[in-house]
Design a protein. Structure first.
Ligand SMILES: [Zn+2]
Length: 214
């Protein structure tokens, strides 16, 4: 990530990134935000949620791995995990270079999520084919539909494979044009998932998926 965006995040969330210039023997944050600029907004939303949830959380490593954004912290709980795991899934639909909707590209074994402009013809998978049938009745724009489908599909996965309680969601576009999501669940992992989905949705255009003001 470029220096300007790096500094912006560190200034906005000084506690979360207090080890940004730490010793490499102690923290991998010394390597900075080891990913492209296109994920800056997603990292901004993660940072906001984690800081609000627990002001003591400290980021220890942020990097691109297998085409997705890996965000690791020093301690934390199910809420933080819900935010970070879902952010990884979201990132695999967002171009790492520019933030536009992206698909997974495979260049000689190196996976990265890229848009049509930054990627090439050899896509390993097309994330635009995310099954949005579970949210089709909401009549949201394409980008918001993808995000809500990620939420529902992930929640379903955690119920099936991870022993999490089943959740019901109320999803609605408010009069102010913002996406509202309410989970009828006390499960902290689910709360983290909802907050990152709603938080990122409200930073992008409902239809195009482009970052608003970005
Ligand atoms: Zn791009």
């Amino acid at each position: 990530m470029n220096k300007e965006l790096d500094e912006q995040l560190c200034q906005k969330y000084p506690a979360l990134y207090r080890d940004r210039n730490g010793d490499k023997g102690d923290t991998s944050m010394c390597w900075g935000f080891a990913c492209g600029d296109g994920w800056h907004t997603l990292i901004d939303v993660i940072s906001e949620l984690l800081t609000k949830h627990d002001p003591n959380i400290c980021a220890v490593q942020i990097k691109q791995k297998l085409g997705g954004l890996c965000f690791y912290h020093d301690s934390g709980d199910d809420y933080a995990l819900g935010v970070e795991m879902t952010a990884f899934t979201i990132s695999k639909t967002v171009c790492e270079m520019c933030g536009a909707p992206g698909i997974l590209n495979n260049k000689g074994g190196w996976l990265s999520t890229l848009c049509d402009e930054h990627g090439d013809q050899h896509s390993a998978a097309d994330n635009r084919d995310i099954d949005i049938s579970s949210v089709a009745d909401l009549r949201l724009g394409a980008a918001w539909s993808r995000l809500c489908a990620i939420l529902k599909n992930s929640a379903h996965w955690h119920t099936e494979h991870n022993g999490r309680p089943a959740s019901t969601f109320f999803i609605n576009k408010g009069k102010n044009g913002r996406l509202l999501i309410k989970a009828f669940s006390d499960d902290q992992l689910t709360r983290g998932m909802v907050d990152i989905i709603a938080g990122y949705a409200n930073r992008i255009d409902e239809h195009s998926g482009m970052v608003i003001g970005g």
